[in-house]
Ligand binder design. Structure first.
Ligand SMILES: [Zn+2]
Length: 284
């Protein structure tokens, strides 16, 4: 019995010992470390994902930062020497106009048109140079922009033409409009049919639609921007404009906020604007 008991106890002890040894040999620490490794892998994958996500967000933010929400839109009228006709303030002499454009070329500005606003993030220091009313003497502006065009400075301007002024004594002719539009330098846009105050007009179709069709027929190019005559507009004018145009400019001073596409401010350049003032006006 003793032997049996002894052998039984021995067996029990042996089993217990074997179990203990087995248990102690089971690589709990290694399991733990495996878990740890797995955790590390997961953590590092997660952290890689976080880093990747963060870097995408960062690059998006970078791109976002590069899209200016506000840009300068210059407003000119006549580009000619003042000889006593009309308001002096509406004139800028060709000599002064050239010096202003030369400043823009030297300062790294990129002149654009309203068609370029969709690809704004790719452009450095964008600026829009506009001319209201479609004076015949805007041909001087065209000649200067053409002269100053080179591989670095792709001159562009926008003429807001009054449709019923086309071919009149002081207005650009259809041939001139077609030539300057074809050059790719001047974009022709609408300044209504007859230059009324749009807050009192009843004939939106004629002022907004006919003007656009007449000018599109002359240039063969699409028109997407309206210039409110005398800077007059209200909520009705905006909702009518939205039916036919993508953008509209005002005469309110300041940089244009592109989030407000139908109330784009402009920077008036007058006869008396000095080059020092001009530099301050376009400073970003
Ligand atoms: Zn006007």
């Amino acid at each position: 019995m003793k032997t049996k008991t002894g052998s039984f106890i021995e067996r029990i002890l042996l089993i217990a010992l074997a179990t203990y040894l087995t248990l102690s040999l089971i690589p709990e620490s290694s399991l733990r470390s495996e878990k740890h490794v797995n955790k590390s892998i997961l953590a590092s994958t997660a952290s890689n994902r976080t880093i990747a996500k963060a870097s995408i967000l960062q690059s998006n933010a970078d791109l976002q930062r590069k899209i200016p929400s506000k840009i300068p839109i210059l407003m000119y009228h006549a580009i000619a020497d003042y000889e006593g006709n009309g308001l002096k303030g509406l004139y800028v002499t060709p000599k002064i106009f050239r010096s202003q454009i030369q400043y823009l070329t030297a300062s790294g500005f990129t002149p654009i048109t309203f068609d370029d606003l969709a690809r704004l993030k790719k452009l450095k220091k964008p600026i829009i140079i506009t001319f209201d009313d479609g004076y015949k003497n805007n041909i001087n502006a065209f000649a200067i922009l053409k002269e100053l065009r080179d591989s670095k400075f792709n001159s562009k301007g926008v003429i807001f033409m009054i449709a019923n002024k086309v071919g009149t004594k002081n207005g650009l002719s259809p041939r001139q409009l077609k030539t300057i539009s074809d050059s790719g330098i001047m974009s022709i846009q609408s300044h209504t049919y007859s230059h009324p105050s749009l807050t009192t007009t009843k004939n939106y179709k004629k002022e907004l639609v006919d003007s656009k069709r007449i000018l599109e027929t002359i240039t063969g190019k699409k028109i997407n921007t309206l210039c409110y005559p005398i800077g007059h507009y209200n909520s009705t004018v905006i909702s009518e404009t939205k039916k036919y145009y993508d953008y509209a400019v005002t005469t309110k001073p300041g940089f244009a906020d592109l989030k407000n596409r139908y109330e784009l401010n402009r920077i008036r350049v007058s006869y008396d604007t000095s080059l020092t003032q001009f530099k301050k006006l376009v400073k970003q």
